[in-house]
Ligand binder design. Structure first.
Ligand code: COA
Length: 125
């Protein structure tokens, strides 16, 4: 886990564990704009795709995550599928910091492009 320097010092960034699949489910269920996944899907994200997923936790509670995966036919491109920063942590640069931290990880050193799909109505995204 890596500590963030400009958000609460108790906030820690790092990869997921398989147990985080339950917390993903909770955040996806309670966040507008996002579609829920099955718990099985969340578990696969947290295990098979852990190299391209970053979590932010405070007191061991998941408060934010960014899930990306390499596009199979274009592995130099990271597709950002889901990003959630819970309300109390928004507007403080956490999503930006998490994305930068993820891209600095050894597993993402060869990423050249980012892709994302968002609706026009989601200004924050
Ligand atoms: C989108 C979201 C992840 C942003 O997280 P955040 O930590 O607040 O974002 P940051 O503080 O890093 O801000 C990043 C940029 O977005 C801008 N921004 C953040 N919230 C904004 C808002 N409500 N309206 C307009 N711009 C916004 C910031 O000004 C910043 O821009 P800058 O780099 O030019 O200064 C967060 O609002 C969220 O979880 N929303 C609900 C879930 C969602 O819609 N996820 C995206 C689709 S998967």
């Amino acid at each position: 886990m890596v500590r963030s320097h400009f958000l609460p010092s108790t906030l820690e960034l790092g990869p997921p564990t398989d147990l985080d699949a339950f917390a993903f489910q909770e955040l996806l269920t309670t966040t507008p704009f996002l579609f829920n996944n099955s718990l099985h899907c969340n578990l696969l994200q947290c295990t098979h795709f852990a190299d391209t997923l970053i979590c932010a936790k405070e007191a061991n509670q998941l408060v934010a995550f960014i899930f990306g995966y390499r596009i199979p036919t274009r592995p130099d491109t990271l597709f950002i599928w889901q990003t959630i920063v819970t309300e109390p942590y928004r507007g403080q640069g956490l999503a930006t910091h998490m994305l930068q931290t993820l891209l600095r990880c050894p597993s993402c050193q060869d990423i050249v492009y980012l892709e994302v799909t968002i609706p026009n109505s989601n200004q924050a995204s």
